[in-house]
Design a protein around this ligand. Structure first.
Ligand code: FPP
Length: 248
């Protein structure tokens, strides 16, 4: 049972430390959460949406500017069609249910990934959410949908090669920022903290370029069980790390 007093104390502790400006989360373990309860996998995804709401509530008033959630990878199309269909309905459901709260909290929605590969109804829901929140200036909430880190880098390479072919760009003069300007995250700083739930210790093609210097935090907690307290613990751990960015 969540102890409100412990939560408030943990919140006080992290408030006095340096906040990660950008937190990215690999929300893993929905299927196992459901299996443990004898429920269909999609019940885990449904419960996973509640965990997203808890994170947003937990971040209220904290100086975290960006939250990027890995909701559907380019590899997730390999899942059974019924599960993919269910997942493709979640952005619409989430925006439908949460838009009032999102507006009240000044949250700006965004998406990274190949949106053109999503079903029309998913694209429409996302476009409406982005449009409705475009003037908001608070937390930027990005959903990574049909996202793959290698694909993102590959399309950046292609775009830069085209510019070179056109004589617009000299290959030997290509900079990090030229590459970054071709990524889905061109207007977002790199994550400071990446959290992965469910005990798996891997990155799974998430933000490969952007996490070069991110702090990585792995927890055994399954995503549907992830709470404000888990989030605060991850932030507290981040604050204890000594980030040197290759320096001393
Ligand atoms: C990984 O768990 C989870 C996903 C592939 C989907 C995550 C999606 C949500 C939490 C909801 C997204 C909501 C919106 C609003 C877009 P898994 O199914 O691979 O779990 P397992 O490893 O235990 O099988």
């Amino acid at each position: 049972m969540l102890n409100r007093w412990q939560l408030a104390r943990q919140l006080e502790t992290i408030r006095s430390g340096k906040m990660p400006h950008h937190i990215a989360i690999i929300m893993d373990g929905n299927g196992r959460w459901a299996k443990k309860r004898g429920l269909p996998r999609v019940a885990g995804h449904r419960q996973g949406m509640q965990a997203i709401k808890r994170c947003l509530a937990g971040l209220k008033g904290l100086d975290v500017k960006y939250l990027t959630l890995y909701a559907f990878s380019t590899e997730n199309w390999r899942r059974p069609k019924s599960e993919v269909d269910f997942l493709m309905n979640l952005p619409g459901q989430f925006i439908g249910q949460e838009l009032t709260t999102i507006m009240e909290n000044n949250i700006k929605l965004g998406v990274i990934g190949d949106v053109s590969g999503l079903p029309a109804h998913t694209r429409k829901a996302i476009a409406e959410g982005i449009e409705a929140t475009r003037h908001n200036t608070g937390l930027r909430l990005n959903f990574a949908l049909n996202y793959g880190g290698r694909e993102e880098i590959l399309q950046a390479v292609r775009a830069l090669c085209r510019r070179c072919q056109q004589g617009d760009l000299d290959p030997s003069a290509i900079t990090y920022s030229d590459i970054e300007s071709c990524l889905y995250t061109r207007d977002i700083p790199s994550p400071d903290l990446v959290i992965r739930t469910s005990g798996e210790i891997r990155i799974s093609n998430f933000l490969l370029w952007q996490i070069a210097y991110a702090e990585l935090y792995f927890t055994d907690t399954l995503w549907p069980d992830f709470s404000e307290m888990h989030l605060y613990k991850a932030i507290a751990q981040f604050q204890r790390r000594n980030r040197r960015f290759g320096g001393v």
